[in-house]
Design a protein around this ligand. Sequence first.
Ligand SMILES: *[C@@H]1O[C@H](CO)[C@@H](O)[C@H](O)[C@H]1NC(C)=O
Ligand SMILES: *[C@@H]1O[C@H](CO)[C@@H](O)[C@H](O)[C@H]1NC(C)=O
Ligand SMILES: *[C@@H]1O[C@H](CO)[C@@H](O)[C@H](O)[C@H]1NC(C)=O
Length: 471
Amino acid sequence: MKLQALSQSLVLLSAVVPLGLAAPTGNADSGSNPPLRASNEALVGYSSSEKTNSGPPPDLKYKFVPGQKEDPDVGSYLDFEKADNPQPIRGTTGGDDPGPRNYNYDKINSDKLAPPGTDSGQTINAQWPLGLSRTRLGLERSGWARQENTVVMPDATEMAGVDMRLEPAGYRELHWHVAGEWSLVLNGSCRIQAVNEDGQTFIDDVKAGDVWFFPPGIPHSIQALDDGVEFLLVFDDGDFSEDNTFLASEVFLHSPKEVLAKDLGVPISAFDKIPDDELYIFKGTPAPKDIEKQNVTTASGVIPRTQSYSYHFSEQPAHHVEGGTVKIVDPQTFPIANNFSAAIVTVSPGGMREIHWHPTSDEWTFFIRGQGRATLFSAPSTATTFDYRAGDVGYFPKSNSHYVENTGDEDLVFLEVLQAPQFTDMALGQWIASTPKQIIKDTLKLGDSTLEKLKTDKQYVVAGTRNKESH
Ligand SMILES: *[C@@H]1O[C@H](CO)[C@@H](O)[C@H](O)[C@H]1NC(C)=O
Ligand SMILES: *[C@@H]1O[C@H](CO)[C@@H](O)[C@H](O)[C@H]1NC(C)=O
Ligand SMILES: *[C@@H]1O[C@H](CO)[C@@H](O)[C@H](O)[C@H]1NC(C)=O
């Protein structure tokens, strides 16, 4: 509100005194440099009538994009990306915007600038572009990481996420954490290894499309193979921070050397060369191609297959539905990740992940490719529509309904992650179609011909076409 008032007064002021807001010229002549504060003539009621005449309103030049003039409740996606001067107008609602404004945000967030008429009130913020997170840079060009957690999405309490890149031979240092770590490999490949409480060992190579899980407290490491790797980490705690993990270097740095020597049964001099700071992300010796060379087997044996920390999800073919594809991995097939259920959804252009909600968990979403929009509906009557791009995080609280519509010209690919032992959702269409018709007619006043068309099977992703006709 204050900002709006300020911008209005700036517009008035600049109309009255065109140069009043010009940047300082650097002229050292104090005679021509106005003082920091003006006189009290600017107080309301003290200025002359000539000065308050701000002239005609600015004549803004803009064009409407397809869908912008229709009834706001139709709420079509407005493609502002190539629009010259997009305006906060839908149908007969809104008005033009002379600025100040950042066109880059407005062009890719048309549902924020000119929301559908069905949006209402204020929901939680369900979007965080990782492009707005500070990137933590690794040593010697070895990689980087950036994260989303409750610092930037205060209501995303159940899960947090990290996008991490390791260049070839780059390591994510040996470490452990209080949270459980679920991961989807996004690009390239890496070698992961861990040791559990019983001394059983685990090592595997994973590639784009595979997933892994490390339970709380289990120390592990990740090293990129020849093609480097990028992966997404999802933690079962919204407060998680990558900056607060237990690193191998730090546990050695913060234990007295006398204690380390006693603990490991070696002389104190053994620790002369330990790093004097954390390594976190750093370059290493390339991993041997043959994984057997790094397969440490002890009397405790290896971690049994049923408890494997990785699942080669890339090998699972996608299930086809009308508007795209869906793949699910949950504890039914990947038991060690006993509270992580996930789906990778592909939505063809014009298609849409159907309106649904998750009865058992919040949903943490990551956009992998393309662009889409979603409306978060929260009881009783608030709704916000968010526009997402690859690299954005989304968040939909338990039982809050949402859809994800492809708003681009290429496939939209995204990940849904739940904190639940099984991936489940309630689909609006299936619910309505499977309810006695009379109840639906009495409640929603839908006609018989509409009721005949409703499908009782779950659609997951529906097909459609993009709104492109011009207005
Ligand atoms: C990894 O990224 C590179 C560069 O964008 C791309 O050429 C390659 O196809 C990607 N690999 C996978 C498996 O997605
Ligand atoms: C490591 O060795 C064990 C025992 O020989 C074997 O069961 C396991 O499959 C090996 N792991 C890999 C990744 O080759
Ligand atoms: C799964 O996660 C939810 C949300 O954090 C939690 O309430 C539930 O207790 C967890 N269930 C298990 C089996 O860990």
